[in-house]
Design a protein around this ligand. Structure first.
Ligand code: NDP
Length: 329
């Protein structure tokens, strides 16, 4: 029987990146499309996964043997703070429907997507896979965080009760083409790219919220896509894996803004609005487990290389410039 891989949230930032990697990598390689595989990238228009009947209908239509589960109600800090119940309830319903329908229809493997928001607030750094449940998450996004944490709990329960091959990835901050560039409800990089685009167009200052000093680990969506493909094909443990650049490869928000200015060739004024909150100064996550496992499973296969931040950011800015009319914003 051929493999049918269903990617939920397949039209979002990460879904589009997986589609890109599968066609740009040579066929039948570590990350390229393999003979006998059919990949289905589902959007919410094909079925609202908060709804059980629509989820079942989607699975009945494609009969997936494998699932990469990316669909989620996702937003930046502001949306997480103002819609805690929606973030909790919608994401619990989506995850419950996808995992249970996968179990009921005999899906061989599910890789779901968590986030580093799941980690306890104030935990001793670095973030590591064995620290997820050691305390409550940060108050600003507890709805989203608890919904995501429950996926890890569910994965263990499905494995123990029904021997399901369900696991999860924990990405740090993702950026890339096809992101949501909304000025209010987006993550930091797409939000700053859109602001700089408008500042250049309107001849106004480029205003960055906060001091620009906090440090974050950013992973390019095409790199993350390779990690998901690797995890689906080569990793069979229930324990989740952090997907990130190294813990000392974090960059400041000020540096991100500087690189966006460079990529746009923006000549206007850059201002830091220090009346806005900075959030946590730094929350380094360890990618030691990921790198060790990818290396161990490499044999004659290509080893994993991260795209330099400046290159990934430049590609993202150019994509936004070229696709301004159709980009999500
Ligand atoms: P996007 O918002 O780009 O994609 C999420 C997708 O989920 C959307 O394309 C949307 O589909 C789909 N979706 C949302 N609600 C529903 C629903 N009710 N039914 C069906 N589909 C739905 O997000 P990302 O690609 O950034 O996120 C992918 C995963 O990565 C998520 O699980 C997210 O939590 C996680 N993540 C993201 C990070 C980031 O920095 N972006 C960081 C860490 C984790 P449509 O567009 O068709 O409506």
């Amino acid at each position: 029987m051929p493999d049918v891989i269903l990617v939920t949230g397949g039209h979002g930032l990460v879904g589009k990146a997986i589609e890109h990697v599968l066609v740009t990598e040579a066929p039948n390689t570590r990350y390229g499309r393999r003979d006998g595989e059919t990949w289905v990238f589902a959007s919410s228009k094909e079925g609202d996964l908060r709804n059980e009947a629509e989820t079942k209908a989607l699975f009945a239509k494609y009969k997936p043997t494998h699932v990469i589960h990316l669909a989620a109600l996702v937003g930046g800090l502001f949306m997480n703070m103002k819609q805690k119940l929606s973030m909790l309830r919608d994401n619990i319903n989506i995850n419950n429907n996808v995992l249970h329908t996968s179990y009921e229809t005999g899906v061989e493997k599910v890789v779901s997507c968590l986030s580093t928001c799941v980690f306890p607030d104030g935990i001793t750094p670095p973030l590591r896979e064995d620290k997820i449940h050691l305390g409550p998450p940060h108050d600003s996004n507890f709805g989203y965080a608890y919904a995501k944490r429950l996926v890890d709990i569910a994965n263990h329960a499905y494995r123990e009760q029904f021997n399901c091959n369900f696991t999860a990835a924990i990405p740090t901050n993702i950026y890339g083409t096809h992101d949501n560039f909304d000025l209010e409800d987006s993550h930091v990089i797409p939000g700053l790219i859109h602001k700089c685009y408008l500042a250049k167009k309107n001849g106004t200052p480029f205003v960055v919220a906060g001091t620009g000093k906090p440090l974050r680990q950013f992973v390019f969506s095409y790199d993350l896509a390779k990690m998901f493909i690797w995890q689906l094909r080569e990793y069979d443990d229930v324990e989740p894996i952090i997907f990130s650049v190294g813990e000392n490869e974090d960059v400041s928000i000020g540096y991100v803004a500087e690189q966006i200015v460079k990529a746009f060739d923006f000549k206007g004024e850059v201002k830091f609005d220090t009346s806005k909150s900075d959030g946590q100064f730094r929350k380094p996550a360890s990618n030691e487990k990921l790198l060790r496992l990818v290396r161990e499973t490499s044999k004659d296969q290509e080893e994993f290389q991260f795209t330099p931040f400046e290159q990934g950011l430049n590609e993202t800015v150019q994509w936004f410039n070229d696709n301004y009319e159709t980009a999500r914003r």
